[in-house]
Write a protein that binds this ligand. Structure first.
Ligand SMILES: *Cc1c(COP(=O)(O)O)cnc(C)c1O
Length: 400
């Protein structure tokens, strides 16, 4: 019999803490109480128990990547996600390599900027704020420049929320005999990235995105052959993925002080990921979060930057309403006072804001997000949330 109790959210999806807002941001994000609780213990980094935790972390991540053949290895790296991206680029791109960087937002730009710092040669395809790089463009660029040895792609470009066509691009890179590096920071664990289907050389993600851990380290999943070959490439002592890997193999330890509490929390997050049905289960919840939230926001008159085909279940960009009473700073505060932290937009052409779908939240929470947005509009005296004409003209440029 259904009872009142059935409607009470399970502890995992309860508000983070009394009075604490949900983080509708793509990391740091809202974590479960179990993940937070896992940090209430101190660990010795050299101790056998902690070494076993590191080994478990790596084997669970390789399982999510679908490495049944054992061709790949996982290398955790201290720092935020960007540290791991820089470590991957510096370690897998030989000094004399040339890289094609696919850009359609801030994270693609950051890859190019990093290569500039590293003094590695590169070319770019820059599609602007959010247009997706396509397979045929990549094929043409590779055909016209035989010096290009590697391609870097951002899986989900978190600055707009676009889900880039990774299969299509991976296929062209493979067909042209080049190597693919992927920034799957905001996608791995929720969107499929299986090594049997997308034969990448290396990819990178971090603890505080779709696995729903807390910030403090990233991880690189790479072909063992690439990890071997990376010896001597890196410009950096601390970001040398080959050395970090070699040390794990030799001693099971991180080379320098690991974020022990973050690792403990991450193990708990990985167990919850598995219990939810792994990548497929996580994706299903995020897709529902997105669908409930986007449908509700559209009812209020808001419009998404992207057409449905390109909308990721990670984060969604909405145009600011055209109405003169709408002011983002005020909207932000009104949402926060109702328990939801949203994210400003990152577009250069039109004003926008973003709402994340990832973290310890379900459809019930997303319905409350929409209610809060409706209340905020009423309080601001914005009767209609539709965007300016210019925004819709911009969106019309995107393929359906
Ligand atoms: C979050 C993110 C990063 C890393 O950002 P940090 O702030 O350094 O953790 C890199 N790429 C993408 C696509 C991201 O979403």
């Amino acid at each position: 019999m259904p009872t009142e109790q059935n409607n009470i959210p399970t502890p995992s999806f309860a508000p983070p803490e009394m009075g604490e807002p949900y983080l509708l941001t793509p990391g740091p994000l809202t974590t479960s109480m179990e993940v937070k609780r896992a940090m209430l213990k101190d660990w010795g980094s050299w101790d056998g128990d902690f070494r076993a935790m590191t080994a478990e972390l790596c084997s669970r991540l390789l399982e999510i990547a679908g490495d049944v053949a054992g061709d790949y290895d996982c290398v955790p790296m201290q720092g935020s996600g960007t540290f791991s991206v820089e470590a991957m680029l510096g370690s897998f791109l030989p000094q004399d390599s040339k890289t094609l960087v696919l850009i359609n937002g801030a994270y693609g730009k950051r890859v190019a900027e990093t290569l500039h710092y590293l003094g590695r040669d590169f070319a770019i395809i820059d599609k602007g704020d959010y247009m997706p790089p396509r397979g045929d463009e990549v094929a043409a660029a590779l055909a016209s420049d035989p010096a290009i040895s590697h391609v870097v792609l951002v899986h989900c470009e978190t600055s707009s929320g676009i889900l880039n066509p990774v299969e299509e691009i991976a296929e062209e890179v493979r067909a042209a005999g080049r190597k693919l590096l992927i920034d799957s920071m905001s996608a791995f664990g929720a969107l499929p990235l299986n090594v049997t289907e997308i034969p990448f050389e290396a990819m990178v993600s971090s603890a505080n995105k779709c696995i729903e851990g807390v910030p403090g380290f990233g991880f690189i999943i790479a072909r063992k052959s690439a990890l071997e070959a990376a010896k001597g490439n890196s410009h950096s002592l601390s970001l040398d993925v080959h050395q970090q890997w070699a040390n794990f193999k030799k001693s099971g330890q991180w080379r320098f002080t690991p974020p022990t509490h973050v690792v403990a929390a991450f193990i708990e997050a990985l167990k919850q990921h598995e219990a939810e049905g792994g990548q497929a289960g996580r994706l299903a919840r995020y897709v529902e979060n997105r669908d409930v939230m986007v449908a509700g926001m559209r009812e209020l008159g808001f419009e998404t930057l992207l057409k449905d085909r390109w909308l990721s279940p990670i984060i969604v960009t909405f145009f600011n309403p055209a109405h003169p009473n709408f002011e983002f700073a005020r909207f932000y505060e009104l949402m926060k006072s109702r328990g939801f932290i949203i994210y400003p937009g990152k577009l250069t052409v039109v004003n926008s804001f973003r709402v994340g779908c990832i973290g310890r939240m379900d459809a019930g929470v997303m319905r409350r997000v929409v209610e809060a947005a409706g209340e905020a509009l009423r309080e601001m005296n914005v009767p209609d949330a539709s965007p300016p004409e210019a925004a819709l003209i911009e969106r019309a440029k995107l393929a359906a």
